[in-house]
Design a protein around this ligand. Sequence first.
Ligand code: GZL
Length: 321
Amino acid sequence: MTTSRRQVIAALGAVPVVAAWPGLARAQGKIVLGFSQIGAESEWRTANSESIKSAAKEAGIELKFSDAQQKQENQIKAIRSFIAQKVDVIAFSPVVESGWGTVLREAKAAKIPVILSDRAVNEKDDSLWVSFMGSDFVEEGRKAGRWLLENMKGKAGDVNIVELQGTVGSAPAIDRKKGFEEIIKADPRFKIIRSQTGDFTRAKGKEVMEAFLKAEGKKINVLYAHNDDMAIGAIQAIEEAGMKPAKDITIISIDAVKGAFEAMMAGKLNVSVECSPLLGPQLMQAVKDLKAGKTLPRRIVTEEGIFPMEVAAKEFPKRKY
Ligand code: GZL
């Protein structure tokens, strides 16, 4: 059966040709950016993806966006696909720190610059990327530790802490643990009695907190969660165990997403350390600067604060994520 010319044109009309062929976007003078995102594991990640997509649109940059569902092999596949499509720039948020050398060398051989967004890699050859933009996770862990020492000054006896770690091997999980322990080691009363990954998700955070409560129960004084989503899951577990979150167990988390402000306003979370996902505008500016032949700073750090529950209601209306 022959397909009429009309049918072919109609079919082609449905295909976003620009998305299929970066050459056309370039012919229109557009920069083509390939972005490999980790997944949609948390409120933070969703806000980060939204920031990147809206900033690309705003900047007139053709964005090829892939969601790896928290699997490194999917990120590597996406980066290889961007190389094959000859995009102008590649950016990605590495789900874990290691295992990127081969694919980054392929991007370098193809003369496609790479920008690390949000998380770092631990490759020795730092010529494999042109810039790393994101938070100082060690400092976020220190801020959490300092808040705890300050707010437990009056407490007599040991302070037993359980810790919900982020994704195993990820830069935020490694560094938030490092910064927190660096601070609390100043006072031997502060002890991490249990520590396990909740993979940055609410579901896993709840599941692991249930296990902590079963094993340690009322011995637990503090929960330190590497992100708000795990803390929110843990709050459910604490309530289901008949205990009062933020009262029976002091809860410290990181990100300062809307869900954390809602929990603080409900009196169920004590403090959240800010980690801004709004990297989109900075990333697009860096991509434009790169294509204009400018040299990027090797490290672009996002400035952040800390929000205890006492200021949550005042700050909430101003929050952008
Ligand atoms: C931090 C980011 C982390 C967030 C989590 O920059 O990589 O990943 O803290 C997210 O909420 O899943």
